[in-house]
Design a protein around this ligand. Sequence first.
Ligand code: GLA
Length: 433
Amino acid sequence: MVELTRVALNDTIKTVWLLSGVATVIGLNNGLGQTPIMGYNTWNDFRCDNVSAANIEKVATAIIELGLHRAGYRYVNIDDCWAVKRDAEGVIVEDAEAFPNGMKSVGDYLHARGLKLGLYTDRGTATCEGRPGSEGYEELDAQTYAQWGADYLKEDSCNAPSDHEAAFEQYRLMRDALNRTGRPIYFALCGWSSWYAPVGKGLANSWRVGYDVNTWENVWYNAIVVNERLAQYAGPGGFNDVDALIGSTPGGAVSLTTTQSRTQFSLWSMMSAPLIIGSNMLHLTTFDLETYTNGEVVAVNQDPLGMQGTVVWQNCPSTDLSRDQSVENAPVPNCQQIWAKKLFDGYAVMFVNFTSTSAASAPWTTHRPPEGKALEALELDVQAVFGWEAANARDLWTHMNLGIHRRLVVVLSGGNGESKVLKLTKPALEVKV
Ligand code: GLA
């Protein structure tokens, strides 16, 4: 009798333990991504060519010598094309020519310099470039990545079921396998769809909400149009991912104009998106370096509240997201937006002119067009939007204090992605202006 009770009690304890064990893997429990991660990714730079240990080491050296590491860029993410096959035991194998000393030695090299190793896989049978995928190998792959010292894993969605529940299940498998390694590995889900956002935080540290961003048109359609309605799903531990930064440095696989690249960086900061540099890192221009190391804009991205900014005014046309998101290079409309993001000590506001023509010819309508400026300026009424009598404004690109204002009037006559980012704080004293 006594013996039976003990067994029953043990069973109860075991059940409770099992239940709590299950509870710990319901979500990702790595504690990472409290603010959007910052780093570099090979895809927009090298594509499938030249992804090698030698180049990764050069990139790491550049990150440190340029001061990007000090500015917060720590993750060095190796995208598609590093893996070639599986061995007899099913273990994933690196390209021996490109990684002659194995991936662990790349991890050691990065860790010795205070950087982090990011790897790439796919939830299906093969990656987008036809390399081995993780389907059916989640446990083994997660253990292998952990042994190599990986700090980040991007899992893509090529050659995999597109059914939502099947996709979530595949991401759960890798999430739980990563949890079981005991190594904190940032998990970046790459499913190119807004339908991941409502469940994103339960699955990963970030989730791609749209298709690849390779052009200014993609910035508009695959990032802004998709992500402007997903703000509620972002927060510490999990953020909407709108793909890597492009930059304006020539020589990478893709690039934007200088104006557009800076606006992309500002928009990504307003949207609390991961700041993953996708430029030609080995020949980075001074302009791009200045963009990426603007500490005042980085601080907007890294704000501890982790709130994604929202559009507070726009004259851009509403887009039906149910239509095929893969429409490449849908034209950027002639329109403007004003974004606001709540910060722990104020607000960031961004004024963007997407139109490719000059602002003067665009049909501007704002909260209250200033006299004589109806067709040229964007205006924001501080009280109407933020409830303050007036705001202290600072331009985060010119680094100038602009004084205290009740109304913010911004002229963006250049067009083609020209923008301005201001930080607003509440004036210390009540002011009469
Ligand atoms: C997909 C992803 C990209 C990149 C490539 C690699 O297109 O969306 O970000 O990883 O695959 O093949």
